[in-house]
Design a protein around this ligand. Structure first.
Ligand code: B3K
Ligand code: ZN
Length: 879
């Protein structure tokens, strides 16, 4: 395993323009014949042809029909005497899909064949120039047993199919669009499809198909609806139509991530595809909608314009996450529902990306080096990358952003390009904009790791009626970033103050974007008739940590009066965070004050606020985000403070929780995942959790009983799982029998069994019982490490999402982690690499956790035959 550097990029010595692939599919020995049309890259000097290949056996190599001498060395096939003129290269090789537990390349799952080629899986199918800047037109012939594999799919259009001898049949597919090998896909199996014909605005007809296993067809309606909505949205917002006659989506149970955007043949983890009210939660419905959209949007941002090299990954991922976030917001429609989407995205960013950016795996949005590219499909590349794209939109405006997109496609359709090309298109389409004026500085977002810290201090001069806001930024000594700060000023009585910036002729209304691009800058506002509270970074306009120095009184003003819903929520989070941090820092038990409790009561009982917003406002900041505010982290102390705050909110607001539950707990009519119903269910679930949590209440037994009843009688999975979680997380006596009943009811549905494991893996620790339960569940007949969803449901839940159960004084959590990383690594390095990251932030841990963590990481690193995936993660942790 070697370090690959961005600065070492070289164009390929050869191009492959066309490929004809032929597959004789067999689980134990599939024969692949690849006929390639190859030409030398005129820009590169003479030299051998080197092709990538892993875990495959070459049978023969022909050039222009003649056998040619070749050698194989370390996963490359070298042909020293490649012609200078264009030539035909034919390679025949075998691979073994059945033994492919890494789920990269061609593998079997549930008796069917599937492929996963991004990032470097194609080389596990056949020898190739497996890099995204080599784009070819593919024709694929598949031959397989007709009974076992009645459905044969690949990218593009079906051109021919028919019968063969020995109960076999064939299908031939042709994809007219040149594509990199990572977008190749093939599926063969006994599947059925939901189909829908649609006509786009331009009048073109398309066939949409969602393929799944026989019993799952009725769970594909939501995915199909999401696909159609995505098509409509992309045409309306960006004028980007579907470019294929046929668009296929396929579900598979064994999959390393959510889904994959193969051209015309998206392959999905069933967890990101199948939905029914009885088996899926509101969160599942919303996740499916956004992943279906994400993969569909990749057709333009990723497939039509792809990445020159893997360092540019955020070119397609950051942009496509931004697009799916915008889509979800537009689907939510109402302003308050849009704000809920934004709050959820920011929570996710803070929970996953902020810790990544300050830990062992910190890297820029455009990384400078990697050992294993699969380790860099990260929250930074995806979610921070999406924030960078959002900042372009903030700086050039929505219309300007759309112009930039249009220019990007005009210039680069059909090409493999870089993040610089995207930035240039945005800037060139918007001459004179705040972006274009400082494009080079803005591009530091691609090269600087870490979360910038912004400090804001204001001073009001009552005599001159001026307010001066001083903003400064700091990021471990890195050059200043371009930080758009969306803001407004609010009076303590709730007045929205006009913004008149000194030195500017125009009046800017009540909200504007300040651009901070220096280490420190001051902005003076004129005619500010009362002392204002600044509402900064509205809508989270930049991915930074903000210290605005606001007092409790200021925060209460914003919580009550801010016109920006995101900042109302943020003010409530800050009030909670301040109290939790004070308790953790001082080592004293947390005691909530009346001011905070009353503020939360007002939110909960507010007649105008949406249920969804109330639920978010009354949910305390996540433990990972709290840890990010501290130099030395005691996970048990953080957890204790959060639990205490929760219990006190449960106790102090008990009557209000009862009212919230009664008002939101029953929704007339059938299940609908619309924002209003989703909000009501989420608030009802929070209220129920709070009511079960306080076991000392006079009516504790009543609410435990009501939760159990609701669990039994629920008409949908959101209510059922919510009630079950209330019992389990509240440590209720009825929890065990509810868990047993749940398993008995759903044991035939793997995606629901995953929820059952996950709930137990994430349950609050109580004297070591949660940890002991997780260890016992490893031996449950339904548990297996081989299925990534199942491994994640139990093991990742504990190691990544249950800090109080994981960080144990006796180090047993770390021993567990090391054992599972090593066991998983032998099966599936990509999944093992993910789990390895549970130790990213070990250096900040307090005693006795830090030395114990170090010992566990060293034990993993000491294993000689680790995968490059896990090796890179543990070596970075030890660096
Ligand atoms: N592009 C794929 C991710 C591939 C991950 C490879 N380890 C899914 C997506 O981002 O849409
Ligand atoms: Zn993606």
């Amino acid at each position: 395993s070697t370090l690959i550097r961005r600065e070492d990029y070289l164009a390929p010595a050869f191009w492959i323009r066309k490929v004809e692939l032929c597959f004789d599919l067999d689980p134990l020995k599939t024969i692949v014949t690849s006929k390639m049309q190859v030409e030398r890259n005129a820009a590169v000097a003479h030299g051998p042809l080197k092709l990538h290949g892993e875990e495959i056996n070459v049978l023969r190599v022909l050039i222009n029909g003649e056998s040619v001498s070749f050698r194989t060395e370390d996963d490359t096939l070298v042909i020293d005497n490649a012609p200078d003129a264009d030539f035909a290269l034919e390679i025949r090789n075998t691979c073994c899909p059945e033994k492919n537990t890494a789920l990269s390349g061609l593998y079997t799952s549930g008796g069917s064949f599937f492929t996963q080629c991004e990032a470097e899986g194609f080389r596990r199918i056949t020898y190739f120039l497996d890099r995204p800047d080599v784009m070819a037109v593919y024709t694929v012939l598949m031959r397989a047993d007709k009974t076992k594999y009645p459905v044969l799919l690949s990218n593009g259009n079906l051109v021919e199919q028919g019968e063969l001898d020995n109960n076999r049949h064939f299908a031939k597919w042709h994809d007219p669009f040149p594509k990199p090998s990572y977008l190749f896909a093939l599926v063969a199996g006994d599947l059925v499809a939901r189909e829908q014909r649609v006509r786009t605005r331009g009048g073109k007809d398309h066939l949409l198909q969602v393929f799944v296993r026989r019993g799952d067809l009725e769970k594909t309606e939501h995915a199909m609806n999401s696909l159609i909505a995505s098509m409509v949205w992309d045409e309306a917002r960006f004028k980007l139509p579907l470019d294929l006659e046929r668009f296929m989506v396929v579900g598979v149970s064994d999959f390393n991530m959510g889904a994959m955007e193969n051209k015309g043949l998206n392959i999905f983890n069933t967890s990101a595809l199948l939905a029914s009210p009885a088996t899926s939660t509101d969160a599942d419905f919303s996740r499916i909608e956004s992943i279906v959209a994400h993969e569909y949007f990749h057709n333009w941002t990723g497939n039509r314009v792809t990445c020159r090299d893997w360092f540019q990954l955020s070119l397609k991922e950051g942009l496509t996450v931004f697009r799916d976030q915008e889509f979800s917001m537009d689907m939510a429609a109402a302003p308050s529902a849009r704000a809920v989407c934004r709050i959820q995205d920011v929570r996710q960013l803070r929970a996953m990306q902020f810790p990544e950016d300050s830990g062992a795996m910190a890297h820029p949005v455009r990384p400078d080096s990697y050992v294993e590219i699969n380790n860099f499909y990260t929250a930074t590349v995806y979610e921070k990358g999406a924030e960078v794209v959002r900042m372009y939109q903030t700086l050039v405006g929505r219309a300007g952003f759309e112009k930039g997109m249009t220019l990007y496609f005009e210039r680069h359709d059909g090409q493999a390009v870089t993040c610089d090309d995207f930035a240039q298109a945005m800037a060139d389409a918007n001459p004179g904009s705040e972006l274009t004026k400082r494009l080079d500085a803005f591009k530091r977002w691609y090269s600087t790791p870490g979360t910038p810290r912004v400090t804001a201090r204001g001073s009001y001069d009552a005599i001159s009626r001026t307010y001066t806001l001083t903003l400064s930024q700091q990021n471990n000594g890195a050059a200043p970033q371009v930080i758009p700060v969306a803001m407004g000023l609010i009076g303590h009585g709730g007045q929205v103050l006009p913004l008149e910036l000194q030195g500017e002729a125009e009046y800017h209304g009540n909200e504007r974007v300040l651009v901070l691009d220096q280490a420190e800058q001051s902005f003076t506002f004129l005619n500010v008739f009362v002392e204002p509270v600044p509402s900064l970074l509205r809508g989270f306009s930049a991915p930074v940590l903000l210290d605005d120095g606001l007092s409790d009184a200021d925060l209460l003003t914003l919580l009550t009066h801010d016109t920006d819903a995101f900042n109302r929520w943020e003010a409530g989070q800050r009030l909670a965070l301040n109290r939790i941090l004070a308790a953790v820092r001082s080592g004293t038990p947390l005691q909530l004050d009346a001011a905070y409790v009353d503020a939360m009561r007002s939110v909960l009982n507010h007649p105008q606020l949406d249920a969804a917003f109330k639920e978010l406002a009354l949910t305390l900041p996540g433990e990972a985000y709290i840890a990010e505010q501290l130099d030395v982290v005691d996970p048990q102390a953080i957890h204790a403070a959060v639990e205490a705050a929760q219990l006190q909110l449960a106790q102090a607001l008990r009557a209000d929780w009862v009212a919230a539950f009664e008002a939101n707990g029953t929704i007339a009519g059938g299940y609908q995942p619309d924002p209003v119903s989703v909000g009501k269910r989420s608030l009802a679930n929070l209220a129920l959790a709070m009511l079960v949590l306080d076991t000392q209440a006079a009516d504790a037994a009543v609410w435990q009983g009501r939760a159990y009843q609701r669990f039994k009688d629920a008409g949908n999975m959101t209510d059922r799982l919510g009630a079950l979680a209330a019992l389990v997380n509240g440590g209720a006596g009825l929890a065990d029998s509810a868990l047993e009943r749940f398993h008995a009811l759903f044991k035939a549905d793997p995606l629901v069994v995953d929820k059952w494991f996950a709930l137990q893996g994430r349950a609050p620790e109580r004297e070591g019982r949660t940890f002991a339960k997780v260890k016992a569940l490893l031996k449950h007949p339904d548990f297996t490490l081989k299925n990534p969803n199942r491994a994640r449901s139990l093991i990742f839940s504990l190691c990544m999402f249950n800090p109080a159960a994981f960080h144990r004084a006796d180090a047993a959590g770390y021993v567990f982690w090391a054992d599972q990383v090593l066991a998983l690594d032998a099966i599936n390095p990509q999944v093992a690499g993910r789990l390895a990251r549970a130790m990213d932030r070990w250096t900040t841990l307090t005693e006795p956790y830090r030395p114990a963590a170090l010992e566990a990481i060293r034990r993993v690193a000491a294993k000689p035959d680790l995968s490059p995936d896990v090796r890179e993660i543990v070596e970075r942790a030890l660096a």
